[in-house]
Design a protein around this ligand. Structure first.
Ligand code: MG
Length: 369
């Protein structure tokens, strides 16, 4: 990256030192930024956070309008609930979501869960959000101290998340920051390992957002790395960070791709990095009427194809319900090839049960696996 390419923002997500999967997701699509921390295990958390981020991208306003951003988070909530109903992921999966739109020095935030947004101003780390967690409620009620909350055995219980309640709403905030301030979004993998004071130290020690993000992740890992760690750092100036005026991210699958490539560009990966990243991804799609699993990502990068057939199946799109079938026509991104095989299993079962109900002459209903 040349100096001219230095971006005023950066974001990274790291699996940490204990977990085997990274269920967090980070969105860098200026002026929109977000962190999501998925819950649910067995890859469901990864699905929940990815679905939430994709829907957020499609539904978010492009101006720093906190109320509209809050509505986009509600829309992301419905998308996670629908995904579980459609058999993508599993019921009970959920995710936190902390989203921000940065328009010059104006920051709007919409927030659910225990990921956080802070503004670093004049050497002080000021929280914007309040955790929706049991221990945070107890601290607010005065029955627990901040220090005791950090060690509390039930500190990971969150009281509001996306994925369960259709009436869920997001807290929204408007912040008038100043040039030179830094916006930090992070998952609890950072804040459970580092105190606000330690986070401040890192923010004051590194100027470039990319090295700041890296240093925050390294510090959380050095402190134990007990959870997935995600951070987004945005340097506030009068200018709106990022891409050409008026550009809207694509919807759904395309949105996911923009997000993936944005993240890759930011961490400064070479083509080899993109290629290796593609090999770690997978998607399920219906082509010529049948469902297939691909390793990689649709399309190409620098003229080189980035996908490889992993498995062709005899599952026909027609044998599934119309919603699933429509989503498959567009392609459904999955976090890994293994997750793709699990999804194929679910579609096989869904097709069989729909077939059975049709054979019985019952109405054509959607069966949640
Ligand atoms: Mg976490």
């Amino acid at each position: 990256m040349t100096r001219a390419d230095r971006l005023p923002y950066s974001g990274l997500s790291d699996v940490g030192r204990v977990r085997t999967h990274n269920e967090d997701a980070v969105l860098l699509s200026p002026p929109l930024f977000a962190v999501a921390d998925g819950l649910g295990g067995h890859q469901a958390g990864e699905i929940a956070s990815t679905v939430a981020i994709e829907e957020l991208m499609a539904a978010a306003p492009r101006r720093a309008d906190a109320k509209a951003l809050g509505r986009a988070v509600r829309s992301a909530n419905r998308a996670v609930i629908e995904a579980a109903r459609e058999g993508y992921g599993r019921s009970g999966m959920g995710t936190t979501l902390t989203a921000a739109i940065v328009e010059g020095t104006r920051i709007s935030v919409a927030h659910v869960g225990d990921s956080r947004a802070y503004v670093y101003h004049d050497g002080v780390l000021e929280p914007i959000t309040f955790d929706h967690s049991m221990v945070a409620d107890m601290v607010r009620q005065g029955t627990l101290t901040e220090t005791a909350a950090r060690e509390h055995p039930q500190r990971s219980i969150i009281t509001r998340a996306l994925g369960s309640d259709l009436n869920m709403y997001a807290d929204t905030f408007e912040v008038d920051a100043q040039p030179g301030d830094r916006l930090l979004l992070c998952s609890d993998g950072l804040t459970s390992m580092l105190t606000d004071h330690q986070i401040s130290d890192v923010l004051s020690s590194y100027r470039d957002p990319n090295s700041t993000s890296r240093a925050l992740i390294d510090a959380a890992n050095a402190a134990g790395g007990h959870d997935n760690i995600s951070v987004v750092v945005v340097d506030i100036s009068e200018e709106i960070p990022g891409v050409a005026e008026g550009r809207r991210p694509g919807q759904g699958w395309v949105g996911g791709l923009v997000w993936a490539f944005a993240a890759l560009a930011l961490v400064g990966l070479s083509f080899l990095g993109v290629y290796q990243y593609a090999q770690s991804r997978a998607y399920v799609v219906s082509e010529a009427g049948t469902v297939a699993l691909y390793r990689g990502m649709p399309g190409s990068f620098a003229g080189i194809r980035l996908n490889w057939v992993e498995q062709e199946t005899t599952i026909t799109a027609r044998s599934l319900d119309p919603v699933t079938s429509a989503r498959l026509a567009q392609g459904i991104q999955v976090p890994s090839v293994t997750a793709g095989y699990l999804l194929l299993d679910e579609y096989r079962e869904l097709a069989e049960s729909l077939e059975a109900s049709r054979a019985l002459g019952s109405p054509d209903t959607t069966v949640a696996p």
